[in-house]
Structure formats: C-alpha cells, structure tokens
Design a protein around this ligand. Structure first.
Ligand code: SAH
Ligand code: SF4
Ligand code: F3S
Length: 444
C-alpha cells in the first residue's frame, strides 16, 4: 500500500576519496529528482547505493564483505534494490554482477547521470550495468536543483581523471583521461553553493592542478585563474584544492598562494617516496630534489603554509636505503600531516608484475614512517598554541556548549561558543593542543 504515497528511501555509503563524497552527493540529488529521500541506515532503505574505491586491495574487498552482509536484509526485503557505483564498479562491474546476484545495478564514475534511465530498467525487474566512458559531459546532464540549505563547506569537482599512469595506480583506468570542466559552469555552481550557505569550497580533481578548462570567450584557464575568479564571489571566504601533483605546480598557482587571501595556507602535495630510484620505478617523473626545491618556492610565496602528502612504503624493489631516503625527505620537508600507505599490488598495473617486498619489512617501514609523521603532525599542531587563527565553525562540539570547526590550516578547533556561530568564521586564540585537535577561546 505504501509505494504510491510515501517517498522511496535511499541509503548511500561512500568509500574512498573526496571525489567519491562529491559524486555520492550528486547521485543522491539525481535520485532525489526521481523521488528518493536519503536515510541514515540500510535497514530503512528501499535502495542501497555503495559508492566504492579500488585504490588498494583492502578498499576493494570491503565491497564484497559489505554486500555479503546485506544478504540477510535482502532476503527479508526482496524488493530492496542494491546498486554499486564508483571505482570498483568501473574496474570489476561484470564480476560484481556475476558474483553478487543481489546487485541490481552497476554504474561507473563517468555514467551516473544515466541513473534515472538505469533505475527504470531496475524497476522493471532488469539488472543494469553501465561503465562506459561516454562522450557527453555527465555534469551537463545532472539535475541543477541544489537549492536546499546546507553546511558551510562543500566539495566541487573541477577536474577528473589522470594521464600520469604512476606504475602502482588504478585511477587512470577507473576514472579515465584528464578532463576539466568549463570555468563558467564552475563559477555558476560555486555561486549556487554560496547561496545555500557555503563559505568554503574545496576544488577537487585527481590532478586538480592539471586543470585547464574553457574560460570566458574561448580562452583557457589554469587552476590559478579559476581560483582568482572564484575569489571574487562575495560570500565565498575560503578556497582549497586537492589533490595536486608536483609536476603541475605552475608558477602562477604558486604566486596565487602568496597573493590570494581566500586561498587557504594548506597544501596536499603527494610525493610517494624520497628515493629517486623508486620514484623512477613509480613513473613519477620528478625527483626528491625537484620536489624539495618546489616546496621551497611555494613556502617562499606563503611562509606559513602547512603541507601534507601521501607516501607509499614497500613498493617493489624498495631497499632499506630507499626507505631511509624517504625518511630524510620527510625530515627535510616537515609535514603538518601525511597519509602513509603500504604498497598494494593492483591488477592491471605495471608494478603488480614485480616481486613484492617482504610483508613484515613493509609493515615495519610503515610503522617507522608513521611515527615520524605523527611527531611532525604534533609539532605543527603544538606550534599553533598561543596563536590567533580564523575558524569556520561547522558543527556542535562533543560537549554541551561547544562548537567546532577548522582553522585556515585545516586543524580541527573547538571552543565554548553559541550555535549561532555555526556557518560563520570567527577569530580564536589557541590555548591547547590535543592529540587530534586544538582548543581555543573566541576573541572578544
Ligand atoms: N591523484 C592523487 C592521489 C591518488 S590516490 C595523486 O597523484 O597524488 C591517493 C593515494 O593513494 C596516492 O597518493 C598513493 O599514495 C596511494 N596509492 C595509490 N595507489 C596505491 C597502491 N597501489 N598501493 C598503495 N597506495 C596507493
Ligand atoms: Fe594515481 Fe599517479 Fe594519477 Fe595520482 S598521479 S591518480 S597516483 S596515476
Ligand atoms: Fe578510490 Fe577511485 Fe577515489 S579508486 S581513491 S574512489 S578515484
């Protein structure tokens, strides 16, 4: 009896990177236009969408274990629809269909604008799979209705795909070639977000600083130009971008870090290894030295910049000396935070053909690198004590009367303060540094 009157309920689970978070939001909007409202638990849902990540073996395996766990729910509710999206869908769509009969729909990262049509097939009782790399721009086909009020921070995908083919990485295969969205559309989307309460936008791309999109009147804009134009939007106070590649860090973007107040002093710039031999085997096309020189140039433009990075340990052929070179690089750079990963062989990538490093050795290196990074992260955070920062308050704190937000350096900061400050930026004097956040006092 319920079907005609009650809204259909959608549960979305997102794995992987920030672009998947953005995609999940857009997919939920697309299905929203089909009458779906989002719910917080799989049990409450008529449709479950798992937006997956393929970057490491463990990430991909999670999909199959989560699907296994959904089996009893599916038995209880035979009308429940289950969809798989994202990078595992792209890489193993047909295998998912074969192995998992409870899956009704598989959609890749480049075809989710076709969800409404696919859902029609699913509603007819068919199974639908679409993992093409279509000619058309999916963003041009997504619903534009993004009117409801929302939190003060948002992601905005400006560039997608990767042409770099690092020898360990699946992203060029799952996301396809580098494509940049036209700048006028991005400015429009940013203005809409601001109208809905957004104060901070993080521009997303697999290689976001490789952005070269159509600008106004036939011109082409790089990321620096895009940032400068976005900075003119009144009410948009903060701009960030991620993930950037060292080889695309052009002079005008470095200059923008010194000149554009709205561009926040935090940069995620992965290097992966400090050994030139390993960097070469990874096909990174830069050296440890060139990376360090680049950091010096960016810091000259913006001395208080907080840096973050990604590292892989245990890449095939990595010796103790190679690993020591990574530790050296980390010591030279000084990171405010960094992500450390144990190399995971991915099917279809060139590095997967090479002999692996002993697993215990790789574990040991991971722990040593993590210890060094944690030390640097703590030091960077502790150095904030006594300073005045600007905090964009995002949500109530864990304790009554507290609110929390992020500083310009992306540190979590909590203070005693009124909820009326949520969505606002306010000055805070930092009083103390905890394991993962700072505590402060509102100024004035
Ligand atoms: N485009 C971004 C990030 C891509 S994936 C960049 O080039 O920096 C995010 C991180 O996952 C990578 O920076 C890398 O450190 C890690 N990663 C990618 N493939 C991996 C693999 N096969 N094993 C372990 N870590 C991996
Ligand atoms: Fe993967 Fe390298 Fe492309 Fe980053 S630059 S997405 S690590 S291939
Ligand atoms: Fe994962 Fe795909 Fe992002 S593999 S990290 S979800 S681009």
């Amino acid at each position: 009896m319920r079907a005609m009157t009650e809204a259909k309920k959608l549960y979305v689970k997102t794995y992987g990177c920030q672009m998947n978070v953005y995609d999940s939001e857009r997919m939920a909007e697309t299905l929203g236009a089909q009458g779906y409202v989002q719910v917080d638990t799989p049990e409450a849902a008529d449709m479950i969408l798992l937006n997956t990540c393929h970057i490491r073996e463990k990430a991909a395996e999670k999909l199959y274990s989560d699907l296994g766990r959904l089996k009893p729910l599916h038995e209880e509710k035979p009308d429940l629809k289950i969809g798989v999206a994202g990078c595992v869908a792209q890489a193993e769509g047909e295998e998912i269909m074969r192995r998992m009969p409870i899956v009704d729909l598989v959609v890749g990262p480049q075809t989710y604008h076709r969800l409404p049509r696919m859902m029609e097939a699913v509603d007819r009782g068919e199974r639908a799979l679409d993992t093409e790399f279509p000619e058309e721009d999916k963003f041009a086909h997504l619903p534009k209705d993004r009117r409801t009020r929302r939190g003060p921070t948002a992601f905005l995908t400006v560039q997608e795909g990767c042409d770099k083919f690092c020898s360990f990485c699946v992203v060029p295969y799952t996301r396809g070639a580098e494509v940049s969205r036209p700048a006028p559309r991005l400015l429009g989307e940013a203005r809409e977000l601001v109208a809905r309460g957004v104060r901070e936008i993080t521009l997303l791309g697999q290689n976001v600083n490789a952005y070269h999109g159509a600008g106004a009147e036939g011109s082409e804009w790089g990321l620096a130009r895009l940032v400068r134009e976005l900075a003119r939007i009144e009410g948009l106070d903060r701009i960030r971008y991620t993930t950037s590649h060292p080889n695309d860090m052009e002079d005008d973007l470095i200059a923008a870090h010194g000149e554009c107040d709205k561009l926040m002093p935090y940069l995620h710039l992965p290097v992966q290894s400090g050994s030139d031999r390993i960097l070469k085997a990874m096909n990174r096309k830069h050296t440890a030295e060139s990376y360090i020189r680049l950091i010096e140039r960016i810091r000259a433009a913006r001395p208080d910049l907080v840096l973050s990075g990604d590292f892989i340990v245990g890449f095939p052929g990595e010796t103790e000396a190679d690993f020591e070179a990574t530790l050296d690089l980390v010591r030279q750079v000084g990171y405010g935070s960094a992500y450390t990963f144990k190399y995971s062989a991915r099917p279809g990538t060139p590095a997967a053909e090479r002999a692996p490093v002993d697993a215990a050795e790789a574990d040991d290196r991971l722990q040593r690198l993590q210890a060094l990074i944690t030390e640097q992260q703590r030091a960077t955070q502790n150095a904030m004590v006594g300073r005045r920062v600007q905090v964009l308050f995002e949500k109530p704190g864990r304790m009554e009367g507290q609110i929390t937000g992020k500083s310009e350096y992306l540190h979590a900061v909590h203070v005693e303060g009124p909820e009326s400050l949520l969505g606002q930026i306010a000055a805070v004097d930092i009083l103390a540094s905890g394991p993962n956040s700072l505590a402060g006092r509102l100024v004035g």
